[in-house]
Design a protein around this ligand. Structure first.
Ligand code: ZN
Length: 128
């Protein structure tokens, strides 16, 4: 699995602008590239409620989840691990300071996995 650089940038920027509130969303992919984030509305400011918002979503087609932590600690919590096990196989946790090196992708067991960042041409870009 890979992730579009623009999508990752969007995640990092949204995490940064939401801080200290947490940001949470679902990840959608086009073939083997994560290209879309569906933001969970009304994400509350505590770790537990950000995760609860994700739990309560219907099972729309998703490859995984993304949420931010208000600190530099990107280890999944117990609640995170339960979520990972139920909502797809790719789970990104973003931590402070929300730059290109402050995110980690985990599998549904909570083990860190690599996610290749690629330049992806979105369909909208074809009109240039
Ligand atoms: Zn968490």
């Amino acid at each position: 699995m890979k992730i579009a650089k623009d999508t990752l940038s969007f995640i990092l920027e949204t995490s940064k602008s939401s801080a200290p509130r947490e940001f949470a969303g679902m990840l959608s992919a086009t073939r083997d590239v994560i290209t879309e984030v569906v933001i969970v509305p009304g994400t509350e400011s505590s770790e537990e409620s950000a995760v609860m918002q994700l739990f309560m979503l219907p099972n729309i087609h998703t490859v995984g989840t993304v949420h931010s932590h208000p600190s530099a600690n990107r280890r999944p919590s117990t609640e995170d691990l339960e979520l990972f096990d139920r909502k797809g196989n790719y789970h990104i946790i973003v931590g402070a300071p929300y730059d290109m090196s402050s995110w980690t992708c985990y599998n549904n067991k909570g083990e860190p996995i690599s996610l290749e960042v690629i330049d992806y041409e979105f369909a909208e870009d074809e009109n240039w």
